[in-house]
Design a protein around this ligand. Structure first.
Ligand code: COA
Ligand code: MG
Length: 296
């Protein structure tokens, strides 16, 4: 049996809810998901206006067709509760909670959603962006196995992690990698998707492409983005390549031959291919189909 296909989340764009031009732009963008941000991208003086702008925009006719997520301020702070109630009323696909540090943060949000009779289709995403969040990533992600907990995606907050830990990223992401890998492992154990943090430099597409390729090789499902120019490279990097699709087709075809139907392991082009590789190949083909369907 295969696990059901995960939602496509190759390119997930943050959009400051305070920025009217950016809000409008989202209806024409090819990203898999949008995170309308009420938190870090919005200055304290603009919090209320941003909430109102988002309310007006999502109630209007230009609401984007992709997956819609709203990032709220911390529920423990002064804007969180109002954000939460506004977000819930705007019927996004998910609410993104900032600075999640343990399972309790998710369970408390679940309780609040249940108390306001939010539909079970409303999911929660969790920012992992503090030392405690990384240390508790396994316990947080484990909630993904309980549908009542609503958790469906972990998002790496790399800028906050750098700030909180004092590591340097001037020479690249080397010091971040162990924590990011910890998140990927946690997400796989909990069966939730997991997104890499943002690249702040949006004027260097080559460096961005390399970071996406690295993120994909690390096991991430997609990348969070800050600028529309980052969408196409992310969509490309997190899709199976033509070579991967061709290889997957060859594996499926080989196992389908009558003489191989009941074999557990076969040789193909000098390499050992087991049934687990067949499952992986079927996963690659399913993802390629999912992308094709979306793009037609
Ligand atoms: N979402 C939607 N549209 C965006 C966008 C975004 N994140 N970032 C830029 N755009 C739009 C601009 O509004 C502009 O639209 P226009 O052609 O209608 O004027 C167009 O894309 C080109 O923008 P550009 O001039 O290249 O960038 P900028 O200088 O206006 O903005 C940033 C640069 C970084 C301030 C902006 O991209 C941004 O705010 N990104 C998101 C930041 C964020 O959410 N951070 C929190 C999470 S880390
Ligand atoms: Mg943050």
């Amino acid at each position: 049996m295969h696990e059901p296909l995960r939602s496509l989340r190759r390119s997930v764009l943050y959009v400051p809810a305070s920025n009217e031009r950016a809000l409008k732009k989202t209806s024409s963008l090819a990203c898999d998901a949008v995170i309308f941000d009420l938190e870090d991208a919005v200055a304290p003086e603009e919090k209320e206006q941003a909430r109102e702008r988002l309310r007006a925009f999502l109630a209007g006719s230009a609401r984007p067709q992709c997956e819609i997520v709203i990032r709220i301020n911390s529920l423990a702070g002064e804007w969180g509760t109002e954000d939460f109630l506004a977000a819930r009323a705007l019927k996004p696909d998910a609410i993104l909670l900032p600075k999640v540090e343990g399972p309790r943060d998710i369970l408390d949000a679940d309780d609040s959603l249940d108390e306001t009779d939010a539909p079970t289709s409303l999911r929660l995403w969790a920012m992992i962006e503090t030392p405690r969040g990384i240390l508790n990533a396994g316990a947080i992600a484990e909630l993904g196995r309980d549908p009542a907990a609503r958790l469906t995606c972990l998002v790496a907050g790399t800028n906050d992690l750098v700030k909180e830990t004092n590591i340097s990223v001037t020479g690249g992401r080397g010091y971040l990698l162990p924590w990011l890998m910890q998140m990927v492992l946690a997400a796989r154990a909990g069966n939730v998707t997991v997104l890499d943090g943002v690249s702040n430099n949006f004027r260097d597409p080559d460096a961005f492409g390399r970071e996406c390729t690295e993120a994909r090789a690390m096991g991430f499902d997609g990348k969070t983005l800050i600028h529309p120019a980052q969408i196409a490279p992310a969509n490309a990097a997190f899709a199976p390549t033509r070579e991967e699709v061709a290889e997957a087709e060859a594996i499926v075809a080989e196992f389908a031959k009558p003489e191989n139907r009941f074999r557990g392991v076969i040789a193909l082009d000098g390499r050992m291919i087991e049934r687990l590789h067949l499952e992986m190949a079927e996963g690659v083909l399913a993802k390629a189909r999912q992308i094709k369907e979306k793009e037609t």
